[in-house]
Design a protein around this ligand. Sequence first.
Ligand SMILES: [Zn+2]
Length: 441
Amino acid sequence: MPGSHSSFTNLQPGPYPFHKFHGFSPKRHILSLGLRDPNDPQVLHANGNDYVVAHSVRGSKKVTPSSYRSFAASLRPDILFSLPDIPYTPVPHSQKRVTKSIERSLLWLTDQLIDHISRDVAPPAIFVHLLGGLVSEARSAFANGLLEPLKEKPHIHQGVFGYVLDLLPIRHSLSSGPSEPLPLPIVTSLLHASLDPLPQTKPRLLTGSSSPHEILHHILHSGVDLFDSAWAQRAADWGIALDFCFPVLRQDITKGQAITARPVAHNLYDELYATDFKRLAVDLLGSAELKHDSAGEDNEKRICPCTACSPTFSSSLQLSMIPETRCGMSRHHRSPVGISTICWHTHEMSAHALLVSHNLSVLDAFFAGVREVLSAPNGEELFALEVNNFSRVYLDTLLGSDGVMEQGKASWKKVDLARGKAVSSERGKKFNGAEDCLVQA
Ligand SMILES: [Zn+2]
């Protein structure tokens, strides 16, 4: 959020000031603007009738709807998330507070749309946060409110490009910890209360998901189109490498009931990997391992294009500096797990960078597979079948008190303590602060 938005367009002239400021090409990158990270569990002071309390680098700041409209007008993002009045205050929230939240959010959205109509510029694609907390009736009331006539002519929903379903406020209301799996039947019912009154033609974004199993469930049962990837990045923070693909490998299908389900992620702090020099994922290949003429089991695996699994070198470096390994790997092959394991035990930043790259690549390949299956002639039927196969092949081991996320977090803390009292003392405060912050969700 810019500190001085009024002068922003002067500093970043042109039709794409937001892209220019970040150094992104408008042809390659879609940038969005929202007041709050939808995965930030920080508890803040209550919002007011004419302001929202936002988490800032200095603590918190009150932002008025008119200021937010001004930010949007100055920055011109591709996507604008509407300003919601989501209470990030201690639960439970009264019915009066939920009603207030709905009324304020609809009013601020209406003002935002009127502001766009009054300006002679193309408006950004507006995504609306669907509110109502844990009350199905309140969620339906908000959705129906979006279909009410606007003050001027069009209906509100005609100026709305898509919808946002946030899991964090639901988690907050259920007092569920960040590592606990959410009750899927309850969440699905709440999402339907929001989505059923609304047109199915507009994209639906779900924020705050935590695992591939949860994502597949909400595609299949809630009709969600888009997901954020914060959980995959958070997994990398704790040394967790993702390892799954969709649809599952055909070799797993042929095994039938004889298959042994495997985990969707690996905790790289585990002693199992101390001398493991294989690639980060079993179910994806590094680019150097692709053998076009091979009829082996690996032939059907996707390539993980991340910088850890598929590093690329200049031709001179490839030929002269990388020795042929005894295991028959090409000169291009590295041992990313070995590198990462060492780096993890020293908390090297490069380990985080490699693992974030890997996890996001695995997730990208996963969504590519989802799109491929759904675009088949009998896509919906096939997708349901493949979701069932995925549940048979992969164990949802990420969440829960004994899940790999908790294991990785505990190992991370142990390494930090082992590195020295002075360092751990300083960093421990930071770590504990972050953890407390998560627990508050
Ligand atoms: Zn990778």
